[in-house]
Ligand binder design. Structure first.
Ligand SMILES: Nc1ncnc2c1ncn2[C@@H]1O[C@H](COP(=O)(O)OP(=O)(O)OP(=O)(O)O)[C@@H](O)[C@H]1O
Length: 300
């Protein structure tokens, strides 16, 4: 196992940030921690990268214990924190050089690993990090996290605040790094990115709701789910919420995702009800549950 977490708990005074968390990440796996703000993702990353002590439980990374072998872990892992980790007043090249130096290596020595990523920002190597765009900062931060050839890479919300094209490029890069044998633990609040991981843990309020492959996670969804659309979205949501048979109602893009608490649900009855509430252009069709649907259901 590349990462092994056993019964980890951590509180900040009255806040239980992590409650009895256990999971394992295999070598070479791309594992996602999926959860909203405040779920406890950053706290877990800080424990696994030896920056914070857990109150209870044990964890190993690359075979090293996070408390007893903290020095070995620091040499074996790369960490890209959610908050900007670069020195704003240093240039692109100076930042990279700095991180290489503190790990006792050079840019040249490990250039192969970062080449794909670094070539994209190399034209700006004399620009101060503080003056880079969000996507470029992210590429530089990733290059810095990789410069000492880590076995395990921790990425805390690497794509938050990054445009969709750069997000896609970033995930392509992660797949290439994975092919080079690096184990990756990545957190994200974006459910579409969850589908790109080998396995995911859904996490909320410091607890793991479920762990599985993205394909398997959606099978936990317990009910038939429907896309519902009408002429007035706001009124549609209010009407569905007022419907006595609803099990769940929430907006999903241009639709509302609806589930019913009856086993013999007939969409025609729902349509008639919505018409009685003065809605028109009503479409109701069965759809497939997504990771987001499953998360919402498990989080209930
Ligand atoms: N130093 C701290 N002191 C007190 N409470 C904290 C501290 N750090 C985190 N928390 C609380 O612990 C909980 C988990 O926070 P954490 O930052 O680990 O979550 P997260 O999933 O990374 O969310 P975010 O993306 O918002 O950082 C939250 O309720 C947060 O307010």
């Amino acid at each position: 196992m590349s990462i092994s977490v056993k019964h980890i708990s951590k509180s900040y005074k009255s806040v239980n940030a992590l409650q009895d968390i256990s999971f394992e990440v295999k070598e070479g796996e791309l594992f996602g921690l999926i959860g909203p703000d405040g779920a406890g993702k950053t706290t877990l990353f800080r424990i696994l990268t030896t920056l914070l002590f857990a109150d209870e439980g044990t964890a190993t990374v690359a075979g090293f214990d996070v408390v007893a072998d903290y020095k070995s872990i620091r040499n074996s892992v790369g960490y890209m924190p959610g908050k900007f980790s670069l020195y704003q007043d240093l240039t692109v090249e100076e930042n990279l050089d700095f991180f290489a130096t503190i790990f006792g290596t050079t840019i040249e020595e490990n250039y192969d690993l970062i080449k794909d990523i670094y070539v994209q920002i190399e034209p700006f190597k004399n620009r101060r990090a503080g003056k880079l765009s969000g996507g470029m900062k992210q590429k530089l931060a990733l290059s810095c996290a990789l410069i000492h050839k880590p076995k395990v890479l921790f990425l805390d919300e690497p794509t938050t605040g990054v445009d969709p094209v750069s997000r896609k490029e970033f995930w392509d890069m992660l797949k290439r790094l994975q092919q080079k044998g690096i184990t990756i633990l990545v957190s994200t609040p974006y459910m579409d990115e969850a589908a790109l991981c080998d396995r995911i843990a859904l996490i909320q309020d410091g607890k793991i709701l479920e762990i599985d492959t993205p394909e398997a996670i959606v099978k936990y969804y317990p009910k038939p789910i429907y896309n519902v659309r009408a002429n007035n979205m706001y009124q549609l949501i209010n009407s569905l919420n007022a419907y006595e048979h609803n099990h769940s109602v929430y907006p999903f893009g241009e639709f509302v995702h609806y589930t019913d608490n009856r086993t013999d649900f007939n969409p025609d009855h729902l349509k008639a009800y919505l018409e009685s509430r003065n809605l028109s252009n009503i479409h109701i069709e069965k759809t497939i549950a997504t990771i987001e649907d499953t998360f919402m259901e498990l989080a209930k």
